[in-house]
Design a protein around this ligand. Structure first.
Ligand SMILES: NC(=O)c1ccc[n+]([C@@H]2O[C@H](COP(=O)([O-])OP(=O)(O)OC[C@H]3O[C@@H](n4cnc5c(N)ncnc54)[C@H](O)[C@@H]3O)[C@@H](O)[C@H]2O)c1
Length: 343
């Protein structure tokens, strides 16, 4: 069987998850190169992952003809230029979410992949999570009737990094956190959104309100879909109690719930009469198996020459909803998405 030789571009938090998977857990895949302009990040990754090549400039990495595929895990602002250059160099691409900063960038990236006949998969790893897949099978079987409403929430524990306060650079939680939820709504409704209304506020970082009046750490969004289905998303950063990702799919005659807030199935009862369940602390833990399945699916789609399970188009539609959701929040109005555009 042919082996797909992979270069990891961006060896930070999420990058190392893909790097560790590709180095040890993926059939038909082999991590042979690392690329990061930060010497510190590169050295740390190199120490842990046994690779043949290291680069500080992705342009040099893309010249290496031994590399068949790249995984792009840099800050989102760099996704577009790297993905297009990788496509032009004939490398298959797995790009982390959000695919890019706006819809126009996504269109260019999708066109470059098509023109060069390379795969472009987007990192919505929740679609590879066992519980999400089981829920999708149940919904598609008709067991809960027709889908009426999909509710999805993501809360992150950590204090935002200073650059995130400027939402023109980060898009805030709607982009960084809720692009997953928006993709989940599209996946379970099987439809596209036509309207979105968001409200939000900064409840946990009052000290930065003067410098960053638009910053929000909590958001609530309502969506309506082309076929009338309803969606609701709630997002929050810096919640401190743990990492929380839950979904409810309500049908005409039943519902499906995904996720709970516990880290594992252990429940502790103590002499104070308390029942304690440790909270989930991180997305890296909750979705560890989903990342492995996502990386395996990427290699498989190259080897089998099949369409990626999560396409560039899926990435673009989520980016479009991020933009609409943020516009609604800032302009305090319902944002309507052109019905023809939504299709
Ligand atoms: N799927 C998920 O749930 C998930 C989770 C976390 C992050 N992400 C996404 O992954 C991406 C990276 O996020 P992160 O949290 O790992 O960030 P990070 O800051 O931890 O790591 C980013 C790395 O990219 C490197 N980098 C910057 N410019 C580069 C370039 N031009 N070429 C190569 N490397 C470059 C940085 O030096 C850094 O080491 C973002 O798009 C983020 O939204 C997705």
């Amino acid at each position: 069987m042919k082996t797909i030789r992979v270069c990891l571009i961006g060896t930070g938090r999420a990058g190392l998850i893909h790097g560790r998977n590709m180095a040890a857990k993926i059939r038909g895949g082999e991590l042979i190169a690392l690329c990061d302009p930060s010497q510190e990040a590169l050295k740390a990754a190199e120490k842990e992952l046994n690779v043949t090549y290291t680069y500080t400039d992705y342009r040099q990495a893309l010249k290496n003809t031994e590399i068949d595929a790249v995984i792009v895990v840099t800050p989102t602002v760099y996704h577009k230029e790297i993905v297009i250059a990788a496509a032009e160099a004939g490398k298959h691409i797995l790009c982390e979410k959000p695919l890019a900063m706006d819809e126009a960038e996504c269109l260019e990236m999708i066109a470059a992949a098509e023109r060069n006949q390379v795969k472009l998969q987007v990192g919505f790893m929740r679609r590879f999570d066992e519980s999400f897949q089981e829920a999708k099978r149940i919904v598609d079987s008709g067991a809960i009737g027709e889908v009426v409403l999909v509710k999805s929430l993501t809360h992150g524990p950590s204090e935002p990094k200073p650059w995130m306060y400027d939402i023109s650079k980060s898009n805030g939680p709607i982009g960084e956190v809720n692009s997953h939820d928006l993709d989940t709504l599209r996946w379970f409704t099987g439809s596209e959104a036509v309207s979105i209304y968001s409200i939000g506020g900064n409840f946990r970082s009052p000290e930065i309100k003067e410098d960053y009046p638009d910053y929000y750490d909590t958001v609530s969004m309502n969506l309506q879909f082309l076929d009338g289905k309803l969606g609701a998303v709630d997002g929050a950063q810096y919640v401190q109690y743990g990492y929380d990702a839950r979904v409810e799919i309500l049908g005409t005659n039943g519902s499906v719930l995904i996720g709970d807030q516990s880290k594992h199935k252990v429940v502790i009862a103590n002499r104070e009469g308390e029942i304690i369940r440790p909270a989930m602390h991180s997305w890296t833990y909750l979705f560890a198996d989903a990342y492995v399945a996502e990386d395996q699916a990427f290699i498989d789609c190259i080897l089998e020459d099949s369409e990626p399970f999560v396409t560039g188009y899926d990435g673009m539609m989520a980016v479009k909803l991020v933009h609409a959701g943020l516009t609604s929040l800032l302009e305090k109005r319902i944002v309507w998405i052109d019905k023809e555009e939504a299709q």
